[in-house]
Design a protein around this ligand. Structure first.
Ligand SMILES: [Cu+2]
Length: 231
């Protein structure tokens, strides 16, 4: 599982930055690529996130991956069930990486609306609107914690996609890819053929095996063809 997640994050890191221009230009100070602060009373859903350490030295988030539809406002209720201080930061993988490098050099504590830092036993909240589609990340950037497992992908999906029939030809769990012989993909303007897709959520790979007939939604996520829904 860790390998699949790492592959997904690596893919996100090397993906062309679709929002490279203009993000920091305007006066919308709180608007980030990953979205913007939401209004507490207007959350569409509530998600509980637990942060903790394991006996064998791992540090983790539960759940280990997240997936939302574009425009959804989520109330995260975050609990630190561990014995160390932890934080929950929502951002792009690239910005998390830079931030993590800064934090390794000096003592820093964030107080931004996209993050919360919690002492053991504490609970905190973030209300966040995911206004842009793409692959983002939640992470703890306290030195050493990311490397110990405290990060996971956030897939924000365009939503409203059309399901298309296909047959799975091959599943490459290591790289998080699946080969599908599919019918016409109307929204992508692609005729019926056999193609390789990424999956938005590594857990989807568990539902896929060679020879299986599926219905799926495919979208361009950060420029890469990605299966964003399955049935
Ligand atoms: Cu941590």
């Amino acid at each position: 599982m860790n390998k699949i997640l790492s592959a997904a994050i690596l893919a996100a890191l090397t993906a062309s930055p679709a929002f490279a221009a203009g993000t920091h230009g305007g006066g919308h100070h709180d608007e980030m690529e990953v979205g913007k602060p939401g209004e507490t009373g207007h959350a569409d859903r509530e998600i509980a996130v637990t942060m903790k350490e394991t006996d064998d030295g791992e540090m983790l988030f539960e759940p280990s991956s997240l997936s939302f539809a574009k425009g959804e406002t989520i109330k995260f209720v975050i609990s630190n069930a561990g014995e160390l201080e932890h934080e929950f930061v929502l951002d792009t993988p690239v910005r998390n990486l830079h931030h993590k490098e800064m934090m390794a050099k000096m003592e820093m504590e964030h107080d931004d609306p996209n993050s919360v830092r919690l002492d053991p036993g504490q609970t905190g909240e973030i209300v966040w609107t995911f206004s842009n589609p793409g692959t983002f990340e939640f992470a703890c950037l306290i030195p050493g914690h990311y490397e110990s497992g405290m990060h996971g992908p956030v897939a924000v999906l365009e939503g409203g996609g059309t399901f298309t029939a296909g047959t799975v030809k091959k599943v490459d769990a290591k790289s998080g890819k699946v080969t599908i012989k599919h019918e016409e993909l109307v929204e992508l303007d692609m005729p019926a053929m056999t193609m390789v897709f990424r999956v938005a959520d590594a857990a989807m790979l568990d539902q896929l095996e060679a020879g299986k007939s599926i219905e799926f939604v495919a979208e361009r996520v950060n420029g890469k063809l990605t299966v964003t829904a399955l049935k």
